[in-house]
Write a protein that binds this ligand. Structure first.
Ligand SMILES: [Zn+2]
Length: 253
């Protein structure tokens, strides 16, 4: 079967520009597509050889002199002289560097911090939700009995997620599994609403994050976040926000 993906997806993947969901999708594609796999290897070899070779050469005096005469007014050291002439620009560059440093600093904090961190986690959650819908990935323990699902988590997590079946309210519990989000193991409870599946991700968080409650829609999936009793919850599904909120309310939103 010829590959239908164009080179831009490969390039985006190689440059780390795809979001998490597309990366996961493309990794699946790579397993089945020898063309893309070969293309990726070529890129890796090219990058490696560019990194290991010395591509910088100092211009000879004669060449420098010729360029200077052919470009009237050209700066010999353009990175230094304009800075001196325009100190405001230098300060702006310094300020930007500090902002970037602070931004990178907050991004690696493993708790939910700013809006960007929330978006990253939301993308991780959507990727986990999509992965769980692939055959064989939904459950580690398949049961509609909360007394089976709850003890299954014992010893597998360093916290005890609340597990309740809401079949009478139209949201039967169908199972659970271990998942990985925000750099830690989390519980994922699986509920069903007619034909729709809902993942409820739960992990401990000591204090209530400042901006709550929150709803996010990513790639056709709705996410609802809330905090209760030292735990952070996220319900993810293709259900409407209104229906998803019913389950969130039952779970103590
Ligand atoms: Zn391909």
């Amino acid at each position: 079967m010829p590959c239908e993906s164009d080179g831009r997806i490969l390039q985006g993947y190689f440059d780390g520009e795809l979001d998490l969901v597309r990366s996961v999708e493309y990794e699946e594609h790579l397993k089945a597509c020898p063309d893309c796999a070969a293309g990726l290897r070529e890129q890796q070899v090219l990058r490696q050889s560019l990194r290991s070779s010395n591509l910088y050469a100092r211009a000879s005096e004669a060449l420098s002199a010729r360029i200077r005469t052919e470009l009237p007014g050209a700066m010999v050291q353009p990175t230094v002289i304009p800075m001196r002439r325009r100190p405001a620009l230098a300060w702006a560059a310094l300020a930007a560097a500090i902002v970037i440093a602070i931004f990178l600093g907050t991004r690696v904090v493993p708790n939910i911090g700013g809006q960007r961190q929330k978006t990253l986690i939301a993308q991780e959650i959507v990727a986990s939700h999509i992965r769980s819908l692939q055959p064989g990935h939904l459950f580690d323990v398949q049961s509609t009995d909360q007394h089976t699902v709850k003890p299954w988590f014992d010893g597998k997590l360093d916290f005890a997620p609340p597990v309740t079946d809401f079949a009478n309210q139209g949201f039967p519990l169908v199972g659970g599994r271990l998942d990985y989000l925000d750099d830690r193991d989390v519980a994922a409870l699986v509920y069903q609403r007619q034909k729709h599946l809902i993942n409820v991700f739960i992990w401990p968080m000591e204090s209530k994050p400042t901006k709550l409650p929150e709803i996010q829609a990513i790639q056709g999936y709705n996410l609802i976040f809330w905090w209760r009793d030292g735990m952070y919850f996220c319900a993810a599904s293709d259900l409407s926000v209104a229906e998803l909120r019913q389950l969130a309310k039952l779970l103590g939103q």
